[in-house]
Each structure stands twice: as structure tokens, then as C-alpha cells.
Design a protein around this ligand. Structure first.
Ligand code: TYM
Length: 329
């Protein structure tokens, strides 16, 4: 079972990233053969960015993944741009990707609507690069949060279309989305997902927030005017906090509901805040130890890229060969 996932380099990874994805990466290390995780710096070029900050954010993100529990003896961790097969395969796959399919991508539409500056061609072909990330490793399983489901489905369609046109080349990957916590919502606007770019910083708990800040954000989370701690379509804020607490404590949402039955929102929010603080504290502490040593981080990424390249190279070579690109083998 080969596992692959990618994460964008930003300095502001939030609880949604952690619960929806990073937690699954750590869990996948012992199932993956191998588990491969990639900091996708090339994807970050598709929206406005600062070159200096980009490099720093790769280190921030790599350090965070290590602090969360990735162990490079048990997984491969690398920077996307260090393995040129990703960009080459993007081009090869573009020939079997329908323009209309890219037009249907929710994230493209959302990001285009938000973008005040240039809407780059890169933003449009972003999902092909993501498909290339996955297919270059013949990954069987792709752990992501719910917002990436459509992109992974497109990667599957691209693999199927390629195999039909040129012969069996790629594994068709399966998406893996957690049952609880696949879509952590914004604390200030629980109708939108928690995200790096949402309007209110109070709506997202950052993995590196200090305990006081976390407490404040959780306690001021928007809820409804009722008092019952239970999940319901008209109780988006409370439902979100129930999901968070159940993941952080490792219990079923029903257990959270029965524990707080009749207790009101105040006591419940206090418990959520405490649990989140406790959950993230060790990650923040390890991060503070790991992040300053950029040389060590660079070495870790370099070694990861060597291992990743050894897997991707023959697979992308096969794709070239079956497409008639380059000399015959
Ligand atoms: P990115 O960097 O935006 O997010 C990283 C992971 O966090 C998940 N996530 C969430 N999960 C639950 N609740 C939320 N509010 C929430 N917000 C984000 C995302 O689903 C993701 O799993 N395009 C990808 C990166 C990527 C990739 C890949 C992923 C590039 N290539 C290949 C898988 C396979 C992205 O921008 O993730």
C-alpha cells in the first residue's frame, strides 16, 4: 500500500489542516509502503507569493510535520520542486485532461473569485500538478481533508483516461478522508471551512498559537442561541466544536454529546479549549526545537528527495515511453 499526500508551504497551518490531514499522515507511516509526504512549493506559485517567504515557509511546514510526529525512518518527506518528475509529468498528463474538467473545479472557482491580482494559468492547471504528484508514485491511497476530494477524483479520472489511451501505466488512487474532522469549520463563520485565507484570524486556531490565544479563539467561537450540546444542521458552530473535541480526545461524537448533555455552552467551550491546548502543546514545543536548524531541515528534505526521485523516475519514464516521447527504450 503506497500512500502519498501533499501540503502547501505556509507559516500558518491550522487546526483544520492538522485534524483533516496531518493526523492522517502520522497514522499512515506504519501502513504505508512507503508513506510519501511532499511540501508542495510549486503549487504555492499559483497565487501571489513572496520568494523569500516561500523558502522559509517550506522549512516552517517541514518542521511542523516533523513536530507532529513524522519520522523519516518510517516515511519519505521531501520538497516538490526537488523532484523534476512532477513538472514533467504535469505536461504529459495535460494531454489527457479535459479543459472542461478543470473549469469545474470548485477551488479554482473560489480562488478566482477572491483573486484581485493576476489569475494565473498555473492556478487553472493546479489540479494536473496535483494529479502528477500522486501518479508519479503510483500511490494507492491519498489522505486529505474533504476540500481536496474533487482534486483526487480528477487525478483518478486522469489515470483512467491515460491507461485507456496508452495502456496500463498508472495506479488509480483512492482518496482517504477521515470520518470525523474531514471539514473543520471556521470558528467565526461556521458555514465556511477553516482556512489560511479566511477574513477573520479569530476563526482559525493555528497549530502554533499559544495556549491563551487558543483559549480565546475557542471561547469566542460563534454558536447558536440555544444551549444543547448536540449535532444538528442548524447548529453548525456547536457541531464543529463537537467534531473537534471528539477527534482531539479520540472518542465518538455521541460520547461528547452525552457527556455534555444539559451542561450548556460555557462549560463545553471551556472543555474544548483545554483539550485543544493540550493536543497542540507538544507539537508547538517540538516545533520550537526543530525549526531553528535550517541546515538539518535542508538535509532531511534532500535525503527525502533522493528517495522520492528513485521511485518517481522509472514511473515517469514509463509514461514517456508509452506516449512515444523521446527515443525508444
Ligand atoms: P492544503 O495545503 O491547502 O491543505 C493540506 C491538507 O489539509 C486539509 N485541510 C482541511 N481538513 C479539514 N478541515 C479543514 N478546514 C481543512 N483545510 C485544509 C486539506 O484537505 C489537505 O489535505 N492541493 C493540496 C496539496 C496537494 C496535495 C497533492 C494533496 C498538492 N498535491 C497531492 C494530496 C495529494 C492543498 O492545497 O492542501
Amino acid at each position: 500500500m503506497r500512500i502519498f499526500s501533499g501540503i502547501q508551504p505556509t507559516g500558518r497551518k491550522h487546526l483544520g489542516n492538522y485534524i483533516g490531514a496531518i493526523r492522517q499522515y502520522v497514522e499512515g507511516q506504519d501502513r504505508g509502503d512507503p508513506a510519501i509526504y511532499c511540501v508542495v512549493d510549486l503549487h504555492a506559485l499559483t497565487v501571489p507569493f513572496d520568494p523569500h517567504a516561500l523558502r522559509e515557509h517550506v522549512y516552517d511546514t517541514a518542521a511542523m510535520l516533523l513536530a507532529a510526529g513524522l519520522d523519516t525512518d518510517r516515511c519519505i518527506l521531501f520538497r516538490q520542486s526537488d523532484v523534476p518528475e512532477h513538472t514533467e509529468l504535469t505536461w504529459l498528463l495535460s494531454s489527457v485532461t479535459a479543459h472542461g474538467d478543470l473549469n469545474r473545479m470548485h477551488q479554482f472557482k473560489e480562488k478566482t473569485a477572491r483573486q484581485r491580482e493576476l489569475v494565473s494559468a498555473g492556478l487553472f492547471i493546479y489540479p494536473i500538478l496535483m494529479a502528477a504528484d500522486i501518479l508519479a508514485y503510483n500511490a494507492h491511497e491519498v489522505p486529505v481533508g474533504d476540500d481536496q476530494r474533487q482534486h483526487v477524483e480528477l487525478a483518478r479520472d486522469i489515470a483512467v483516461r491515460f491507461n485507456e489511451r496508452f495502456g496500463e501505466t498508472f495506479v488509480v488512487p483512492e482518496v482517504r478522508i477521515p470520518e470525523v474532522g474531514a471539514r473543520i469549520m471556521d470558528l467565526q463563520d461556521p458555514s465556511s471551512k477553516m482556512s489560511t485565507t479566511s477574513a477573520s484570524p479569530a476563526g482559525r486556531v493555528l497549530v502554533l498559537d499559544d495556549p491563551k490565544t487558543i483559549e480565546k479563539k475557542v471561547k469566542s467561537a460563534v454558536t447558536d442561541s440555544g444551549s444543547e450540546v448536540r449535532r444538528a444542521p442548524d447548529k453548525a458552530g456547536i457541531s464543529n466544536l463537537i467534531s473537534i473535541l471528539s477527534v482531539v480526545r479520540g472518542v465518538e461524537p455521541e460520547q461528547v454529546e452525552s457527556e455534555f448533555d444539559g451542561q450548556g455552552y460555557g462549560a463545553f467551550k471551556t472543555a474544548v479549549a483545554e483539550a485543544v491546548v493540550e493536543y497542540l502543546a507538544p507539537v508547538r514545543e517540538r516545533y520550537e526545537e526543530i525549526r531553528p536548524d535550517e541546515k538539518a531541515l535542508e538535509k532531511t528534505l534532500e535525503k527525502g528527495a533522493e528517495r522520492a526521485h528513485a521511485i518517481a523516475h522509472p514511473i515517469v519514464d514509463d509514461a514517456r515511453r508509452v506516449m512515444g516521447v523521446g527515443p525508444a527504450a
